[in-house]
Design a protein around this ligand. Structure first.
Ligand code: ADP
Length: 213
């Protein structure tokens, strides 16, 4: 609500932003580079403190949440997927160590990475990361998506999640994320119009302001 934010160097990154995202809703935030999209996500995660306005999560002001509590409610798939130096299974379950094989595979299927993994000689036990399997940008991104789905948080944020994927894969993955996000708040940040087809709500951001919806 009426959210404004300036960086410490004085750059006014967001001005008077208001929107509402309900559970089960898919909001797509679109806008050119420098529009303030990533800044908005960083405010949601409380990496920065906003100076004016409010963010409410389930009716509670965001500032009253502890960082850890907040991060357990939000999964973010960013543009750069970090691959840990461990097995693919652990790479997927890292945010939810209690996940069983069935749950891991279900998430991998939704992210369209399961078939690739089972095609490897060692399957889910294959070592990834610096000293292991070399994954392409698109494969890394699909692992990051599966990881986030497995974390099973009420809020899922996809920040340019398909930047490294071809358009067909992009559509397939966005569709499966959309299908399994029925009781979640789903926020997709993109500059690609393809994502708009699946949105319940679209916000166009430019120069730190909402210029259309
Ligand atoms: P987008 O994600 O839409 O490309 P950003 O949120 O990254 O846009 O950036 C919004 C504005 O804030 C831009 O003018 C950018 O230069 C500025 N900005 C981003 N990060 C910082 C920072 N750490 N310090 C100062 N200004 C920043």
């Amino acid at each position: 609500k009426n959210l404004s934010f300036s960086y410490p160097d004085g750059t006014l990154a967001l001005q008077d932003i208001s929107f509402n995202l309900a559970r089960g809703q898919h909001l797509v935030l679109i806008g050119p580079s420098g529009a303030g999209k990533t800044t908005l996500v960083n405010l949601l995660l409380r990496y920065w403190e906003y100076q004016h306005g409010h963010i409410y999560l389930d009716g509670q002001e965001l500032r009253t949440f502890r960082g850890e509590e907040l991060r357990s409610k939000i999964a973010v798939v960013g543009q750069d997927a970090y691959i840990f130096n461990t097995s693919l299974r652990e790479n997927l379950s890292i945010a939810r160590p209690s996940a069983n094989q069935e749950q891991i595979e279900a998430a991998a299927r939704l992210a369209h990475i399961h078939d690739f993994i089972t095609g490897l000689t060692e399957g889910y036990d294959t070592w990834a990361g610096e000293s292991g399997l070399h994954l392409s940008g698109g494969q890394r991104q699909r692992i990051a998506i599966a990881r986030a789905l497995l974390k099973d948080t009420p809020i899922l944020i996809l920040d340019e999640p398909v930047a490294n994927l071809d358009p067909e894969m992009e559509q397939a993955i966005l569709q499966s994320i959309h299908a399994c996000a029925q009781d979640r708040m789903l926020l997709t940040i993109t500059h690609r119009p393809a994502a708009l087809q699946l949105a319940d709500q679209v916000i166009i951001l430019s120069g730190g302001r909402v210029v259309g919806s």
